[in-house]
Every structure is written in structure tokens, then in C-alpha cells.
Design a protein around this ligand. Structure first.
Ligand SMILES: Nc1ncnc2c1ncn2[C@@H]1O[C@H](COP(=O)(O)OP(=O)(O)O)[C@@H](O)[C@H]1O
Ligand SMILES: [Mg+2]
Length: 308
């Protein structure tokens, strides 16, 4: 059994240079057993570099990282026996079938093909008899995901695992991650889309230009997430702009369609208000990572957004 109070992954001021380029300037965070950690940041922020460093594929320029209390570079072989990893760009042997590659991955990871493997192949709707060269990006990801989820590891690392998956497969992925969490495993999940990790993660770390700019629970970061709502109602909505959680109210040219940003935690009360005003049309857009960053930088600069 894993000790709940000892971090599975400990990263302390990690730095990585490629020549003169500082890809990682200052990365610090921990992941504990039973925790799903969302590692989010735009393309080029340093997510994959961090992951490749903690896997011991790259050697850190500065700082320190341990997994299971062991040095990620020196003790890589030992550490790898207890982790499962799915890279962002999955490479497969083109002339082997998906099924053969799953078994090969399992064998290389000292695991075995079990009933669970067959279940996963069905759930992800993968045809394991096709040669890998015929697979789309999504199918290649599925092969690696099936092998990872059939492995009994203590720490699972997924680098943008759902970027090629359709919504149904994404749901399968989310369910499997929650099962790992319930089993007390630790999960690192990187993504450039906040809404993708939001449902699963206990804590998130936001990385930008090689630095962690914010870490915490999603609840702590709720103030950063807002949904944009465009709505048209039959009745007037004079109280709306004064309601808690409503920001940046504006109208289109005809005064027909109202646009506003709504704090996620106040969505419910605002929706029930709107319902009483007879909704004609409504469109909700989830906050993107870019929105979140803009807000983060605006507020940390004492900026221009209308925080109350
Ligand atoms: N092997 C490398 N040599 C030089 N630069 C690299 C190398 N790998 C990554 N980089 C650079 O480091 C930065 C971070 O890349 P990466 O970690 O892949 O970002 P992310 O995974 O967040 O999209 C990018 O500017 C990228 O071009
Ligand atoms: Mg990447």
C-alpha cells in the first residue's frame, strides 16, 4: 500500500536548457497517491519536456525530481517498473497489428494480457487485427492507452492522451482514470485544454514558458474559470448585470442577444433566472486556457477585468 503522506512525484525547482534556450525555468509540484494532477499549458510551454525529464529520458540542468522517493535519472530503471506512460505522439511498429503491439508493450513492461486488456479493447472500440500502419493518430493513442490501463502500476503519466480521441473514447478514458484514482494510484495528465482535465483532476498546475504560474485545487481556481454565455430571452433581464457572478455584459447591435461571462460557481442561479425570462436561444462556451491565462495575468497585474 502506498503511503498517503509521501508524494509519488516530487519536483523541486526543475530546470532544463536546450543549449541557450531555457525550456524549463522553474518547475515545482508534488503528486500524492490517489491524486489526479492536471498539468496544463499552451503548446510549447514545457509539458512534454517536464515529463521526459521525470522519465529520465532527458537529464535536468538544475533542480531535482524524485518518483517513489528515488532520483528520476539515476534510478530510472527501478522507477520504470512501477510506472505506465503514454506519450503524446505514439510510435508503433507499422507492420505489427494493434493487438500484437499491445501485448508487446505489456511484455516490455513486465505485465501480461489479461481479461482487463480484452475489456479495454472493446471499450475503446479498437480493431486489434489491423496493422498499425493503417491506424489514425487516435487509434495509435488507443493502443498505448489500452496497454497502460492494463498495467498494474503505481503512477500513470499521460501526455495529452486524448488529443486524437473522439468524445466517446474520451469518456472511456475519463472513467478509467477515475478507477485508477479510486484504487489510490497517482496520475499525471497533461493537456492544453482546461475543460478536458477539469472533470478528472483534484489539483492542477498551470505551466507557461517553462514556469509554473499557478497550482492548486480546481475549487481554489474556480475564480479563474468563467463561461461565456450568449442568450436571447423573451422578457427583459434588468437584474442580470447586478447579479453575483455576472461580468462583462454587452448587447449586439439590435439589443437582441446578450453576451456575458459567468463564474462557474454561479452558473446555476443565473440559469434559473434566465429560465424565468423565457429563453429563446442560448449558447455557452467553456473557458479556454487562453481565457484563463488572460484573466490570471490581468488580475495579477491589478489589471482591467471587473473583479468585484
Ligand atoms: N530536444 C529539444 N531541443 C530543443 N528545443 C526543444 C526540445 N524539445 C523541446 N524543445 C522546446 O522546448 C519548448 C517546450 O516544448 P514542449 O515541452 O514540447 O512543450 P509542450 O509539451 O508544453 O507543448 C518548446 O519551445 C520546444 O520547441
Ligand atoms: Mg507536448
Amino acid at each position: 500500500m502506498l503511503n498517503q503522506n509521501t508524494p509519488i512525484l516530487h519536483i523541486d525547482h526543475l530546470q532544463k536548457n536546450f543549449g541557450k534556450f531555457h525550456a524549463l525555468k522553474n518547475i515545482t509540484f508534488d503528486i500524492y497517491p490517489g491524486e489526479v494532477f492536471g498539468f496544463i499549458g499552451p503548446n510549447g510551454a514545457g509539458k512534454s519536456t517536464t515529463i521526459r525529464t521525470i522519465l529520465g529520458i532527458l537529464r535536468a540542468t538544475g533542480g531535482r525530481a524524485t518518483i517513489f522517493g528515488k532520483d528520476v535519472f539515476k534510478d530510472a530503471v527501478e522507477i520504470h517498473k512501477r510506472i505506465a506512460y503514454v506519450p503524446g505522439d505514439v510510435y508503433l511498429w507499422p507492420n505489427l497489428t494493434g493487438g500484437e503491439i499491445i501485448d508487446l508493450f505489456l511484455k516490455l513492461g513486465h505485465s501480461r494480457h489479461t481479461e482487463k486488456t480484452d475489456q479495454l479493447i472493446k471499450l475503446f472500440q479498437l480493431d486489434p487485427t489491423k496493422k498499425a500502419r493503417t491506424y489514425s493518430k487516435g487509434n495509435r493513442q488507443k493502443v498505448a492507452l489500452i496497454a497502460a490501463f492494463s498495467t498494474n502500476a503505481d503512477f500513470y503519466i499521460f501526455d495529452e492522451p486524448t488529443s486524437g480521441l473522439d468524445p466517446l473514447n474520451e469518456e472511456v478514458f475519463q472513467k478509467e482514470v477515475l478507477k485508477l484514482k479510486q484504487a489510490g494510484k497517482a496520475v499525471l495528465l497533461s493537456s492544453h485544454i482546461l475543460s478536458e482535465v477539469e472533470k478528472m483532476c483534484d489539483n492542477i498546475g498551470i505551466i507557461r514558458n517553462g514556469e509554473i504560474v499557478e497550482t492548486g485545487s480546481l475549487a481554489q481556481m474556480r475564480h479563474l474559470t468563467r463561461t461565456t454565455i450568449k442568450v436571447q430571452t423573451r422578457d427583459q433581464t434588468p437584474e442580470l448585470s447586478a447579479m453575483t457572478g455576472v461580468h462583462n455584459v454587452s448587447f449586439d447591435n439590435n439589443n437582441q442577444i446578450l453576451t456575458m461571462s459567468v463564474d462557474s460557481e454561479h452558473l446555476e442561479s443565473i440559469m434559473s433566472y434566465l429560465t424565468q425570462k423565457q429563453i429563446v436561444s442560448l449558447q455557452a462556451t467553456l473557458p479556454t486556457l487562453e481565457d484563463l491565462f488572460l484573466r490570471y495575468y490581468d488580475s495579477s497585474n491589478g489589471g482591467t477585468n471587473n473583479e468585484q
